[in-house]
Design a protein around this ligand. Structure first.
Ligand SMILES: NC(=O)c1ccc[n+]([C@@H]2O[C@H](COP(=O)([O-])OP(=O)(O)OC[C@H]3O[C@@H](n4cnc5c(N)ncnc54)[C@H](OP(=O)(O)O)[C@@H]3O)[C@@H](O)[C@H]2O)c1
Length: 247
């Protein structure tokens, strides 16, 4: 029998920071990364749900640090406590539905603050404080909404499209250190983010040839982008759209 001696898809010896780990996609990314051998630093706002996630992680030496990433002091404190890492997955985000004719300055700032400003400023701080090792991986979570038009989700779509633009520039800035920057664009994924909108979820499900996503589908892709298997992949946008035609 052939023995696999070199598996570039594992995360052993890597420390990964996952935001949004108290729920949905971020929680599942943390769970699957731990199964792949990583040590995790997980973050979210709700300390109790974050502890729940911690209890679901295989292995040991994981840490949970609660933080509201729209609060600069809490964001800085998270970076201080994180230590040196090999990768970050920016899973924290909000949805938010508001037709443009009703949009307010407050609403725009709310969506942009967590979906765009927070991952950018967290990345800035990690880089500035030299917390990301050479060869590490930065992974943003955008959305299919960045590529399509849907009534009522203009600010959300814009926040997710902004991430893609930012990521392409950042990929060039950090390439000299072998740091990779990639973006996942999931279509609908069944998580608490959309649970208030189960009717929409059911309606849209039929549009996806492979069905809508589950959090683990996103997590498996995240593992690839965090692992050495993707060491020459940067600036890319990876669609997890269940085959939905959107061009
Ligand atoms: N579900 C989908 O269909 C879908 C599709 C494409 C992209 N996405 C993106 O995937 C990411 C995760 O979504 P999800 O479906 O997993 O949603 P979710 O289950 O609602 O989880 C959202 C996470 O973001 C955290 N968060 C929200 N505001 C925060 C803040 N101010 N500071 C720190 N953390 C904050 C939440 O923390 P607390 O709960 O502790 O407050 C929670 O852990 C989002 O960026 C979303 O836009 C989702």
């Amino acid at each position: 029998m052939n023995k696999i001696t070199n598996n570039p898809f594992h995360l052993r010896d890597k420390i990964i920071l996952v935001t949004g780990a108290s729920s949905g996609i971020g929680r599942e990314v943390a769970i699957q990364c731990a199964k792949a051998g990583a040590r995790l630093v997980i973050s979210g706002r709700d300390a109790a749900r974050l502890e729940e996630t911690l209890g679901l992680l295989a292995g040991s030496d994981h840490r949970a640090i609660a933080a509201d990433l729209t609060d600069q002091q809490q964001l800085h404190a998270l970076v201080e406590q994180t230590g040196t890492i090999d990768g970050v997955v920016h899973g924290a985000g909000v949805h938010g539905v508001m037709p443009i004719r009703l949009v307010t300055d407050t609403f725009l700032n709310y969506v942009m603050a967590i979906n765009f400003n927070a991952p950018v400023l967290l990345t800035q701080r990690l880089l500035y404080q030299k917390k990301l090792r050479d060869g590490s991986s930065i992974l943003f979570v955008s959305s299919l909404a960045a590529h399509t038009g849907t009534i009522g989700v203009g600010p959300y779509s814009a926040s997710k499209a902004a991430l893609i633009g930012l990521a392409r520039c950042l990929a060039l800035e950090v390439a000299k250190r072998g740091i990779r920057v990639n973006t996942l664009s999931p279509g609908l994924v069944d998580t608490p983010l959309l649970e208030h909108n189960q009717i929409m979820l059911n309606e849209k499900a039929s549009m996806y040839p492979l069905g809508i996503g589950r959090p683990e589908d996103v997590a498996y892709a995240a593992i690839y982008f965090l692992a050495d298997a993707s060491r020459k992949v940067t600036g890319s946008v990876f669609n997890l759209d269940g085959g939905i035609p959107f061009t």
